[in-house]
Design a protein around this ligand. Sequence first.
Ligand code: SF4
Length: 95
Amino acid sequence: MDEETGYSPPRCRRCLLAEIDRDGVYKTVREYLSSLGDDVKCSADDYAARLAVCRACDRLSDGMCALCGCFVEVRAAKRAQNCPDLPHRWDKIEK
Ligand code: SF4
């Protein structure tokens, strides 16, 4: 919310944090993602595929998963993580 005007932008049901970055949080997220080692991160192809699934998911809201509370850009980056829904929505894209 803008403290001067009191305006709160509407929630975005299909946006990633990178697209809405209202409070500069995405810069911190990018720095964190950059700090992850290659042994932790999933491949670029899998990352893009995971985020595409999230974009089409009704659990996504303002870049955050309503099931786990994670920013999906962070959760999707880690190879060992999976979608918290059952069945896991990312399973069909994993190789
Ligand atoms: S992590 Fe899974 S449940 Fe959460 S938004 Fe992405 S696809 Fe949907």
